[in-house]
Design a protein around this ligand. Structure first.
Ligand code: LMR
Length: 394
């Protein structure tokens, strides 16, 4: 049967990481995959996670299965982190998932089970794997305008015009903060208008939040999700712990399904647990347990928050440095968006040819749509990138 298999296109982000590894140049710069790195190029284990891991080793007495939905302490801690007190806890059905990607996949599965004909509206652009998973699942995708190539900000008028096409039962995938790949985000006034539009159409918001704490702060980055959860009858939220807890390989995420109608909670929770059982049975637990230990201990939580804040401020500083350098070299303000964008990424607005030239001539690796991982830079490489951008004519 294997002869019937066809070659699959490589994931663009992961293929880029491979190409970078194979490049022998010592001066190469990796601005590809969304993994945080210190100025020294290291992806550290966060201090609080290290302490929790040691503690866990001492107190954990069994590796028997947890609940099918995941450890309840993890679910409660994450619901608190993402939703605060925006909605009553008994309105939120939730499962632990293998990473944020697992949560995204399970959300699509739930949509497909509940409303097989639902269309999924996605921002143009969005994280490429959203599109890949949806295509793999055979779900209908409609893209809405999001990025204004001229300003490198949000094309809000275009987005709202495209959301006019919503029908009841459609699902609108939104990035809770730190939009991937652009770095351009909605403000709260715009979120309010989006919620009004979705509610008027009877469409369901699905929020992917993978970078809480990387934009304007832990609470600030959750504000939009909380607003949507409090103001829409139903919402799906896929959250990742990979980045803000730095536990990428532990595969730790959560899917939340918020229903304002209390009577729907039991059936929704049952369906989520069913989906875990069908797809992989029990979700991974190690990372989830570390997260609940960190969030449930005042000292560990304070230290985690402090370290996350250092990470966030470091990235903001790099943004400002890059914007300043580009202003100096270009003699114009047209790169001011770099300092306005938030999160790990910015789309620079370079053409695919310019991106290829930066890779070939300057050893700078970024995704083909000119998305850069800000955390791949440091004070010494910012001027190198700025000079390369100007040299290739961005
Ligand atoms: C990214 O967008 O680079 C990250 O979310 C990592 C990934 O899996 O693509």
């Amino acid at each position: 049967m294997f002869e019937h298999l066809k070659e699959k296109p490589a994931d663009k982000i992961l293929a880029l990481a491979q190409a970078y590894r194979e490049d022998p140049r010592e001066t190469k710069i990796d601005l590809g995959v969304g993994v945080y790195r210190t100025p020294e190029g290291v992806t550290p284990i966060m201090r609080a996670i290290k302490v929790a891991e040691k503690r866990l080793w001492e107190v954990e007495t069994t590796k028997a299965y947890t609940a099918l939905a995941g450890d309840p302490a993890f679910l409660d801690a994450m619901i608190g982190l993402v939703l605060g007190d925006a909605v009553a806890r008994d309105r939120v059905a939730a499962i632990a998932t293998p990473g944020g990607t697992g949560a995204v996949r399970q959300a699509f599965e739930l949509v497909k089970m509940a409303t097989p004909d639902a269309r999924i509206f996605v921002s143009d652009p969005t994280w490429p794997n959203h599109l890949s998973i949806l295509a793999h699942m055979g779900m209908e995708v409609v893209s809405y305008r999001y990025f204004d190539a001229a300003t490198c900000g949000v094309d809000f008028a275009g987005m709202m015009a495209d959301l006019e096409g919503l029908r009841a039962g459609d699902v609108v995938l939104l990035h809770g903060c730190c939009h991937n790949p652009t770095g351009a985000n909605l403000n709260l006034t715009e979120w309010r208008a989006v919620v009004e539009r979705l509610n008027a159409a009877g469409a369901l918001p699905m929020i992917d939040i993978a970078y809480q704490g990387f934009g304007d702060g832990l609470e600030e980055d959750a504000a939009a999700v909380r607003f949507v959860a409090a103001n829409c009858p139903e919402v799906l939220i896929a959250a990742s712990c990979s980045k803000n807890f730095g536990i990428y390989r532990e595969r730790t995420g959560i899917l939340m399904a918020v229903a304002q109608e209390a009577g729907l909670h039991k059936v929704t929770q049952g369906n989520l647990a069913y989906l875990n059982r069908q797809n992989y049975s029990f979700p991974p637990d190690h990372g989830a347990r570390l997260v609940s230990m960190v969030l449930g201990d005042d000292d560990l939580r304070a230290d985690w928050q402090a370290e996350l804040e250092e990470v966030r401020l470091g990235m903001l500083k790099l943004r400002e440095q890059l914007a300043g350098e580009l202003q100096r070299l270009s003699g114009s303000d047209r790169f001011g968006f770099v300092a306005q964008h938030r999160g790990m990424f910015s789309r620079l607005g370079a053409s695919p040819e310019q991106v290829a030239r930066m890779r070939e001539e300057h050893g700078i690796y970024m995704v083909g749509d000119s998305r850069i991982n800000i955390a791949g830079l440091n004070a010494a490489t910012v001027p190198v990138l700025a000079r390369a951008m100007i040299a290739v004519g961005v």
